[in-house]
Design a protein around this ligand. Structure first.
Ligand code: SF4
Ligand code: SF4
Length: 443
């Protein structure tokens, strides 16, 4: 493929492993009898629980209310009865209150014909209200409330709306399949966002390892008479990060600590765009998402449409279980995901994948001392010095780490991936950033 774009600084090329699930169409997952719906599923403050044990809930009913500027509504993924409100661990190790729902009764949506609503006459404010009330957050992993992202600050203009169809994490193929199977809906979702933020230019970035998605999105844009620049990108990690994506497509750089709107850009993931289509056109709140279940230890890797709150064990079972005992189960991709130790951890809005990895797939060598090879510096897409940052963090000198850019770290894992000494660099960055945030909150 000619004329592919990419970002210049750093980046790595981990084996893609997408072949495990890339030929598997999206399938509706079996709905679990018990849903565990976390109240902290979004960036920002947790949602306020508005149900209590014994309450009957319907499919899509509001059960958690947004509690501030950066928060989101949460809806019941199934009809049933609230069994309890409990404390659970999320995949990222954080704790959350959760509504535990036992499924019973009739589904309002499942298996029924969906009626479409015309949105052409709705104002930007009305569309944002629908997105807000439907609990839409960024499904690429960031879980930033979509209504906040599309409410542009006063005086700011969106020159570009860039859709993120990169899915650069190895193994993951959920977005790939959404583009192939739901291209017309994604195009309509793009039109909805465009009518809110009124950008001058529309683009979608897709890596060259998804040539079918590039073609399908071009054809869908043509059918809808939408002037959308479908940009083929070199395969390079972490191209799906919005800073690297914007550099590749617009050649603009988001300044340290700033948001893309500072350079006239808004970025939205294809999964989010599809969820916006469903909210606005079908009146459907965010109660399910596509999850790739893959890895060498999974018998039958698949792309599953999964209700939020489904235990991960149920997805693994649906994929035929394990072929061998995995050395680790990861939620998300292998580069930025979180290892889980409890297979009953529930799916949340930010769950893009579940990977069960074998010892062959996980680099198992023991950690040694840094050999000052500089590979981590060359790999960092943010131009940071991971080895020095790690040394500062290791000595609890968080202020020095901050002074050389710790908060710019995207936790992409590129440095750890290339480190010959197997130093847990990204875990160190996460710890250091967490300590700095905690220090600031305390101050
Ligand atoms: S995890 Fe942070 S320090 Fe390491 S390569 Fe990514 S951005 Fe750079
Ligand atoms: S890649 Fe690892 S061994 Fe090499 S300089 Fe960085 S931390 Fe040290």
């Amino acid at each position: 493929m000619k004329g592919l774009k990419t970002f210049k600084m750093g980046g790595v090329h981990p084996p893609g492993k997408k072949y495990l699930s890339e030929n598997k169409p999206i399938k509706n997952a079996v709905i679990s009898n018990l849903s565990v719906v976390a109240l902290s599923q979004q960036l920002g403050s947790p949602s306020e629980c508005i149900v209590k044990p014994g309450d009957e809930v319907r499919e899509g009913m509001l059960i958690g209310k947004s509690t501030g500027f950066i928060s989101a509504n949460i809806h019941s993924p199934v009809p049933g009865t609230v069994k309890e409100i409990s404390d659970i661990y999320l995949a990222n190790g954080m704790t959350s209150r959760a509504v535990v729902i036992e499924m019973e009764g009739e589904f309002d949506r499942l298996g029924k014909e969906e009626s479409k609503t015309s949105w052409d006459n709705l104002s930007s404010k009305e569309l944002i209200e629908i997105i807000d009330s439907s609990g839409i957050v960024g499904l690429g992993g960031a879980t930033f409330p979509a209504n906040v992202k599309f409410s542009l600050p006063k005086g700011k203009k969106a020159e570009y709306l860039v859709i993120n169809g990169v899915e650069c994490e190895p193994y993951l193929t959920a977005d790939h399949h959404l583009m192939i199977e739901k291209s017309d809906q994604i195009i309509e979702g793009i039109k909805i966002i465009a009518s809110i933020i009124k950008p001058e230019k529309l683009a979608i970035g897709i890596e060259a390892n998804k040539p079918d998605a590039i073609e399908v999105m071009k054809e869908a844009a043509l059918r809808a008479d939408l002037s959308l620049d479908v940009v083929g990108l070199e395969v390079k990690y972490p191209q799906g990060d919005e800073k690297q994506l914007l550099k590749a497509i617009t050649n603009r750089e988001v300044p340290s600590g700033a948001l893309p709107i500072e350079i006239g850009c808004v970025v939205s993931n294809v999964g989010t765009v599809h969820a916006i289509y469903e909210a606005v056109v079908l009146g459907k709140p965010l109660i399910e998402r596509v999850v790739t279940v893959s890895g060498g230890a999974i018998k039958n890797p698949q792309n599953l449409k999964v209700r939020i709150g489904t235990p991960i064990s149920s997805l693994i079972e649906e994929c035929g279980g394990f072929t061998e005992k995995p050395v680790k189960v990861v939620v998300g991709g292998p580069m930025m995901g979180f290892t889980i130790y409890d297979l009953d951890t529930p799916v949340t809005k930010g769950t893009s994948g579940v990977l069960a990895l074998t010892s062959k797939e996980v680099k198992g060598a023991a950690q040694t001392a840094c050999i000052s090879c500089g590979r981590c510096i060359a790999a960092c897409p943010m131009g940071l010095n991971p080895t020095t940052l790690f040394k500062y963090i290791d000595h609890t000198d968080y202020d020095s780490a901050e002074s050389i850019g710790l908060m710019d770290c995207k936790e992409c894992g590129s440095c750890g991936y290339v480190c010959l000494a197997r130093i847990p660099l990204v875990q160190g960055m996460r710890l250091g950033k967490g300590m700095l945030r905690a220090k600031k909150v305390k101050a």
